[in-house]
Design a protein around this ligand. Structure first.
Ligand code: FE
Length: 240
């Protein structure tokens, strides 16, 4: 959809104008696989980018984060400690442009990659994979179908509530989560109905939630939503 609505061309044109050479890596599936990650990392090792620009929903941005790890450290494996990523930014920095208002992956330390052959979901969690820059433009999410807007919006609301009630929560993250709940509760219905002001509020609310839960993690709702969502083939936000 990023291509269909002209957003990819727009970014590539801006970069061309600035004299930046680019290479597109496309076709990341929902719930990205280890194979997609390895393939993308190989393209990166060949092209040697200084910047990785990830654009789209949670899946392509999560996939690009993992590609980044294997681009800079080809010797890494998914069986290594998922909470310790080797130091990045020796080769590239990372810019994320989200197209949905929900996962907040553009501001979090998380990425989820699926190994379909073993049925394992790898949750990567380390501040190394937090993007250097996030461009949150609500115009991108506005092109999403209402169903997807409601699913991703419920994901954002779940992040805010779970981050608020998790045992690691404290005053600073409470401030972010309470504000996020307030913004999302006031905007979720309107954003699904296509109200662009509500859509703008959702883009902000999910981001504020991400700033919170990236610091304290989530809880058992997400702990159950990932495996059950995969088992029943249920969209992540609905599974929450
Ligand atoms: Fe989530």
């Amino acid at each position: 959809s990023m291509k269909r609505f002209g957003f990819v061309d727009q970014v590539v044109d801006y970069l061309k104008e600035a004299g930046v050479e680019t290479k597109l890596i496309e076709g990341v599936e929902p719930d990205p696989s280890v194979e997609t990650v390895f393939k993308g990392a190989e393209v990166m090792r060949d092209f040697e980018p200084d910047w990785i620009i990830a654009m789209g929903g949670g899946s392509p941005i999560d996939a690009a984060k993992a590609m980044w790890i294997f681009y800079e450290h080809p010797e890494t494996t998914f069986d290594d400690d998922p909470f310790t990523v080797p130091p990045l930014r020796n080769k590239a920095k990372f810019l994320a442009i989200p197209s949905t208002s929900g996962t907040a992956t553009e501001v979090t330390a998380f990425s989820v990659i699926t190994d379909y052959s073993s049925g394992i979901k790898y949750p990567l969690a380390d501040f190394e994979i937090t993007p250097d820059i996030a461009i949150v433009d609500p115009a991108l999410a506005e092109t999403m179908p209402p169903k997807l807007t409601s699913y991703t919006g419920m994901d954002a609301l779940t992040h805010a509530i779970e981050g608020y009630i998790t045992r690691a929560a404290w005053a600073l993250t409470d401030a972010l989560h309470i504000k996020a709940i307030e913004i999302i509760a006031g905007a979720l219905r309107g954003s699904v109905a296509g109200d662009s002001q509500a859509g703008e509020a959702m883009a902000l609310g999910q981001y504020v939630a991400g700033m919170g839960f990236s610091n304290v993690g989530l809880g058992l709702v997400h702990g159950m939503a990932h495996p059950l969502g995969a088992f029943y083939n249920t969209p992540h936000g609905v599974a929450n």
